[in-house]
Design a protein around this ligand. Structure first.
Ligand code: 13P
Ligand code: G3H
Ligand code: ZN
Ligand code: ZN
Length: 355
């Protein structure tokens, strides 16, 4: 099966009431681990690469890896997505490398640190949707700045994210502004801020509505029932993975992630794309630590990478089941080419329906 665009995939997800995890990759092992899970679960999948991943692996490597995955798993629709594009040029070069979807994250300026204001965000996002849609490529935008409602601090943990203290207004997407933003930019999917942040240290306790504002999602969904919503920073940071890492010499501090039940509540309220990276990093690291500490005589990377991939496959398969993505691949009868999607945009068929 060909590569699917984000828009076609999320339209299908909305029609059939499911969510699609978007897993980050940086290398072959992560890519194969995700696809093993997708194949076992018969789930369509979003594989995303950040700017960091592109710098680490090289666009040419990523492009050929994605080609290889579609060849190895012809029955699984794969959406190849750019995570957190920082400026239009980053999005355009991703499209040239075969990505079928890009995120233009104008919630932050091109430095990835300074919050972007309304005009900046609308401007850069519109530039990208105009160009991308001409080629049938999907666009995710973001309104609201990711960060902690407990501390008011921006999302700095994994290297990008707002620096310093943010106001409550910045940390929570305003539902009325979301309507305006979608109308003006014509994004295919909208990432919103409601208390999640990237990395392992999201919450100091099991999150309640004060620090994980799922009510914001519900309100946005009421106002934008036809817009696909995206939850970033949605790793659950499972306690058992923390324990494995720490029992083999790791030093993770006690922490909480986003409970799967909250994501499931989101899926009932228009959340269609759920971004997960940290959980997979933890799944792999736990096994690598375990194997190396139990078998200090080992030096064949396959001996620790194979179990690491298997742990990641288990995690991904579990999320496909929890988000109801499992069993959906077979229901997508025909993947539209980007040229076909371009015609649909040109006819206005994919314009946002904003009440
Ligand atoms: O949002 C993410 C990528 O864009 C990943 O979030 P996590 O760090 O919670 O896995
Ligand atoms: O922010 C999203 C992902 O976790 C990617 O992180 P990265 O920028 O370190 O590749
Ligand atoms: Zn990040
Ligand atoms: Zn993110």
């Amino acid at each position: 099966m060909a590569r699917i665009t984000l828009r076609q995939l999320l339209d299908h997800a909305a029609e059939h009431d499911y969510g699609v995890p978007a897993f980050n990759i940086n290398n072959m092992e992560q890519a194969l681990a995700i696809m093993e899970a997708a194949n076992a679960a018969d789930a369509p999948v979003i594989i995303q690469a950040s700017r960091g991943a592109r710098a680490y692996a090289n666009d040419v490597m990523l492009k050929h890896m994605m080609d290889a995955l579609t060849e190895i798993y012809p029955q699984i629709p794969i959406c190849v997505h750019l995570d957190h594009g920082n400026e239009p040029a980053t999005c355009m070069t991703a499209i040239q490398s075969g990505f079928t979807s890009v995120m233009m994250d104008g919630s932050l300026k091109a430095d990835g640190k300074t919050p972007g204001d309304w005009d900046y965000n609308v401007g850069v996002t519109k530039t990208v949707t105009t160009m991308a849609h001409l080629g049938g490529i999907s666009v995710e935008g973001e309104l609201g700045v990711l960060g902690s409602l407990e501390t008011g601090m921006g999302d700095k943990e994994d290297g990008h994210g707002a620096e310093g203290k943010l106001s409550h207004d910045q940390l929570l997407t305003n539902p009325d502004e979301a309507v305006k933003f979608v109308r003006e930019t014509k994004v295919d999917a909208l990432a919103i801020a409601m208390g999640t942040s990237h990395g392992a240290y999201k919450f100091t306790r099991k999150p309640d509505g004060d620090i994980l504002a799922m009510n914001v999602i519900e309100e946005i969904h009421r106002k934008l029932p036809n817009t696909h919503l995206v939850m970033h920073g949605s790793s659950s940071v499972p306690q058992d993975l923390q324990e494995i890492i720490n029992s083999y010499g790791g030093k993770m501090k006690p922490t909480w992630g986003v409970p799967v039940a909250e994501i499931q509540r989101g899926i009932k309220n228009g959340v269609r794309k759920i971004n997960i990276d940290t959980d997979n990093r933890m799944a792999m690291t736990g096994q690598i630590r375990k194997i190396l500490s139990e078998h200090p005589e080992e030096f064949d990377p396959r001996k620790y990478l194979k179990p690491a991939m298997e742990a990641m496959t288990r995690l991904c398969k579990q999320r496909f089941e929890e988000f109801n993505t499992a069993g959906q691949a077979g229901k997508i009868k025909r993947v539209l080419t980007t040229a076909e999607m371009a015609k649909r945009y040109a006819k206005g068929e994919l314009d946002p329906t904003v009440a």
